[in-house]
Design a protein. Sequence first.
Length: 272
Amino acid sequence: MAIRDAGVATLLKTFVHRSIRSVHETLCNRGLPTKIGVYFHSIESGNYDAFREMAEFFHAEGYRFTNPDTFLTDPDERCVYVSFDDNYKAWHDAIPLFDALDITATFFVNTVCVRDKASDAEIAAYYERLEFDGTRIPLSTSELRELDSAGHTIGAHTHSHFQLTALSFEQAQAEILRSKNELEEILGRPVLHFSYPFGMRRHFSEQLRSWCMDVGFSSVSNAIPCLLHAGHKPSGLNRCLWNLEMPPSYNLSNISIDGRHFVKITGRSVVG
Ligand SMILES: [Zn+2]
């Protein structure tokens, strides 16, 4: 009985979500914004064609790929800020792909699982926590340095990828600082950019956001899509998940919808 009720609840939720999305697509589609933030997790070789298609589309539309340092420099310049969250060796494998597509990306890294520093158990527990079931190989310190020296930006994503609002403020601060400090030690340079684990509105607080800027980050990224027409601030860069398993039309629609009111009322994204 309970299982049937849960199934009905899921169906109802999906129906409501799809209906809201369809209304937003009709009423709130404002075309592509000048500044676009997209993020990915891993990038497996099976997804290279879809990634290439995404990059070629934006190049053809006159967008330049940038990092958080230059994303907002010229308000009129069409820019795409491409970032990747968590920790995957697959990012390092994709360096030739990024080079071929003239993309410099930003990689937000969890430090608990750096391959030559962590135990197998720590690495397994990390990917369990993310519920990630792809190729579970994290970056080594030398691969992190090579990504950095290939012109990409390395940012912090906390040490362990816990949900920050489930921790005390002090624990959240320690998680963030530990990833910043460990990455700075590996790279030998300041780490100036941060993205929240999970990254929706309920996963961080305003107090935490302002502390991040006080502690030396020059940008903080979330994972709240559909705010892309709101005008970015370095302390709140909005990013929309680009799903490489879905067609470009689906992803472009997500970027074009203005869902500010929806997220304000519900705390959730209209695109899921
Ligand atoms: Zn993450």
